[in-house]
Structures are given as structure tokens and as C-alpha cells.
Design a protein. Structure first.
Lengths: 113, 113
């Protein structure tokens, strides 16, 4: 099955800076990637979906890129705030023809005031 | 709309006991799934359903059963609980296949002693 990898080490940044999180995948390029936010003790919340024919997608302070050559997606939060502190997960379709998602283990972001 | 609801929120079982985790959604979503989340391992898919009467296995189905008799409900049954099933369980739903954003429930924290 396809794998999806995120940096398991926490990312600590100062308020106001841009946070950049990485999601790498193996084998075939997925038709899309999804990004979720998860706060402690709660379920993940959908943020953005980017398709393979979209190099970049934006939503307010969030930006996602999709590089099929590098097999990588980058998730950026500009002008970060302490309220952005959470774990961020990326997900892809599990296998071709199977309608299920596989998730990365997530990267914890801590924004210091 | 209540979205995706899960009961119970917390549960402690003894090894060998059985129980059912309840999941319901009021968004008329066709696709529902169950994940377990363990520290450092991310979300792992247990079972999923693409519509009433249709279910399929995910990555870690052993020890769990599901059925989908209605669009709204997707219960997860633990047949004979084992300590390895100690985890946080999330139910999710989406409009159609996994290609759409997933809506997650608040989770059930299960401890098996």
C-alpha cells in the first residue's frame, strides 16, 4: 500500500513567522492530498484539499503546494499565531481504486508568543 | 446539524469483554469509516463503508466487526477486547468517496485492562 510520511519532530516557531510542514509520499502520485488540523483530545478538522493538477492552493493564511516530481506537499501558515498550535495531518487515497484515506502520523506545531 | 456523534466518550473494558462503539451522522453522507489513533502512529483505518449494506476492511480490521444497515449509523464492534485495542477511536463521514473532506467525530477513548 502507499505510504505517507510527515516529520514526527515538533516544529517550534515564533509568532508572526511562517510555519512550513512537509508531507512526503511513496509510489504513485495520488490524485489529491488533504490536510487536517487536530487539537488535543479532539477529532481532526479538514483544512484544504489540493489536486495533482494544482500546484498551489490558498485559504486565508494557509497555503498548500503539491510537487509530483518531488512526491511532496508543503503546508504553510503565514503570520502564525499561538492559536495555530496543533498537530497537522496530511492524507491521501489509500490505493488506486480503493475509496479510503491513509494518513500521515502528523507534525505538531507550537507557535511561541 | 449535530455532525458526527460518537458514544461513549470514554470506556474501560476487561480483556475478553465485547462492546459496540456507536457512530451516527446527520449529514446524509454515503461514506463512513472508523480509525484508531495511537501515539506516534497516526490514524489507521479499521473499516469503512461506501453506503448502506456495503463495508470493506481497512489496514487493521482484525478483532473488529462493522455493519451498515442505515445511512446514518456505522457501529464498530469489538468481539473480544485485548489490551492491544487500547486506543482512541474516531469515526468519520464524507459526502461520497474518500475524495471529499472527511468530517470526524469527537472520538472514543478506550482502555482495555
Amino acid at each position: 500500500s502507499q505510504k505517507i510520511e510527515q516529520n514526527s519532530e515538533a516544529l517550534n516557531i515564533q509568532e508572526g513567522k511562517t510555519a512550513t510542514l512537509t508531507c512526503n509520499y511513496t509510489n504513485y502520485s495520488p490524485a489529491y492530498l488533504q490536510w487536517y488540523r487536530q487539537d488535543p483530545g479532539r477529532g481532526p478538522v479538514f483544512l484544504l484539499l489540493i489536486r495533482e493538477n494544482e500546484k498551489e492552493k490558498r485559504k486565508e493564511r494557509l497555503k498548500v503546494t503539491f510537487d509530483t516530481t518531488l512526491k511532496q506537499s508543503l503546508f504553510h501558515i503565514t503570520a502564525s499565531q499561538p492559536a495555530d498550535s496543533a498537530t497537522y495531518l496530511c492524507a491521501r487515497r489509500k490505493d488506486t481504486g480503493r475509496r479510503a484515506l491513509t494518513f500521515g502520523s502528523g507534525t505538531r506545531l507550537q507557535v511561541q508568543p | 446539524n449535530a455532525g458526527v456523534t460518537q458514544t461513549p466518550k470514554f470506556q474501560v473494558l476487561k480483556t475478553g469483554q465485547s462492546m459496540t462503539l456507536q457512530c451516527a451522522q446527520d449529514m446524509n453522507h454515503e461514506y463512513m469509516s472508523w480509525y484508531r489513533q495511537d501515539p506516534g502512529m497516526g490514524l489507521r483505518l479499521i473499516h469503512y463503508s461506501v453506503g448502506a449494506g456495503i463495508t470493506d476492511q481497512g489496514e487493521v480490521p482484525n478483532g473488529y466487526n462493522v455493519s451498515r444497515s442505515t445511512t446514518e449509523d456505522f457501529p464498530l464492534r469489538l468481539l473480544s477486547a485485548a489490551p492491544s485495542q487500547t486506543s482512541v477511536y474516531f469515526c468519520a463521514s464524507s459526502y461520497s468517496t474518500g475524495d471529499y473532506e472527511q468530517y470526524f467525530g469527537p472520538g472514543t477513548r478506550l482502555t482495555v485492562t
